[in-house]
Design a protein around this ligand. Structure first.
Ligand SMILES: Cc1ncc(COP(=O)(O)O)c(C=O)c1O
Length: 372
């Protein structure tokens, strides 16, 4: 098997799996119970929360554990908008967001909120078009730091600038694809941050919403009042405890590797006349490369690669079963053919040079055999 789909979900990292197994055996009880077992787990979780905040350069924020980044994004967007209606009704986002940002905002438009999208240009963001939309009346700016389909980076310097110009504007940044794939930096200018464990080499079923302390949210899930009343339900303790370790491993990887393998892949794919690359390495993270086929159907190539146990994505996993074309690739290229025939390769901790060589060889061979 050649696994090139880390942006969809990472292969479990052996070191994280080992820690997970150890914790599964060692963690007994329910952290919301006040018996000694529960209190011990609560203490461990609180230590993990502190460590996570420190790793992300935050000092006046709080960690809420969720089931994944989708839930965390929903909680940030619905929770903040519904609780803070009086502050305004405009929510700004880009045209190429993950569906777990775009779809909650679309639902909110049925409740009287107004969605405004800024543009893309030259395979990147049109920051001028974003600044034109900003004002003191905006309720929320909701963005992704690294786009999950092409790896495009939203420049964090712009977030600093926006916070200086509009200190009261609330900023939500989804960093699901950014952790470990960008130079680690402080996120102190952000009011909400969201991400999940299964993109960091851990198991599925665990996500995080970080929020600035003073901000209030309306919960999405009601029940026993766990997670400071913000997210009821017994939490996935063992998985959540893995974050500090998993984040540190991702940061170490970044220092060791940056993006040599991705550069090599980019170079090899550029040799083929049939392929057009939708990711510009100069403004992208170190693990995603998106490309389109000029004349052939990507769905046929995808299937042929599947037959050879080479796994990648046609677009975001969260969209691939529902849509035929990639909205992200369309917005970046304004080309229907490229948008309907794109593929995403994403690398991770276990990817080797041999994987890249074998994949590119198979790709070239299959492209020669596939009819237009
Ligand atoms: C940028 C981004 N946000 C949110 C999500 C949703 O994450 P989860 O699968 O943890 O719900 C993903 C998953 O691909 C993602 O890439």
């Amino acid at each position: 098997m050649i696994y090139l789909d880390y942006a969809s979900t990472s292969l479990l990292r052996p070191e994280v799996l080992e820690a997970y197994e150890r914790l599964l055996k060692g963690c007994i009880g329910n952290p919301s119970n006040s018996n000694h077992l529960g209190l011990e787990l609560e203490d461990k979780l609180n230590k993990a929360r502190k460590e996570i905040l420190k790793l992300l350069g935050l000092n006046n924020h709080h960690v809420t554990f969720t089931s994944g980044a989708t839930e965390a994004n929903n909680l940030a967007i619905f929770g903040f908008a519904r609780r803070n209606k009086k502050r305004g009704n405009v929510i700004i986002t880009s045209r190429i967001e993950h569906s777990s940002i775009t779809n909650p905002i679309k639902v909110l438009t049925e409740e009287g909120f107004v969605m405004k999208c800024f543009e893309t240009k030259d395979y990147g963001y049109d920051y001028d078009s974003l600044f034109r939309l900003l004002s003191d009346d905006v309720l929320l700016l909701s963005l992704t730091e690294v786009n999950n389909e092409t790896g495009l980076i939203f420049d964090y310097e712009m977030i600093r600038k926006i916070k200086q110009l509009y200190p009261h504007l609330i900023i939500h940044l989804d960093i699901t694809q950014a952790i470990g794939h960008l130079e680690p930096h402080s996120y102190q200018d952000c009011d909400f941050l969201t991400f999940s464990l299964h993109k960091l080499g851990g198991p599925t079923g665990s996500g995080i919403l970080i929020k600035r302390n003073r901000l209030q949210l309306q919960p999405l899930i009601y029940g026993g009042g766990q997670e400071d009343e913000m997210r009821s339900g017994t939490i996935n303790t063992v998985a959540h405890l893995l974050y500090p370790f998993a984040i540190k491993l991702m940061f170490d990887d970044y220092q060791r590797d940056s993006n040599e393998l991705l550069k090599e892949l980019d170079k090899k794919l550029k040799d083929s006349e049939e392929i057009v690359i939708n990711t510009k390495l100069s403004n992208s993270a170190n693990h995603i490369l998106n490309f389109s086929l000029r004349h052939k159907k990507s769905s046929i190539l995808f299937e042929a690669l599947n037959q050879e146990a080479i796994y990648l994505s046609t677009k975001s996993s969260c969209a691939s079963r529902h849509q035929l074309r990639s909205n992200v690739v369309y917005e970046l290229t304004k080309n229907e053919i490229f948008a309907s025939n794109s593929l995403r390769v994403s690398l991770g901790h276990a990817t080797t040079k041999t994987d890249i060589d074998s994949f590119t060889k198979a790709l070239k061979r299959l492209l020669e055999t596939i009819k237009e």
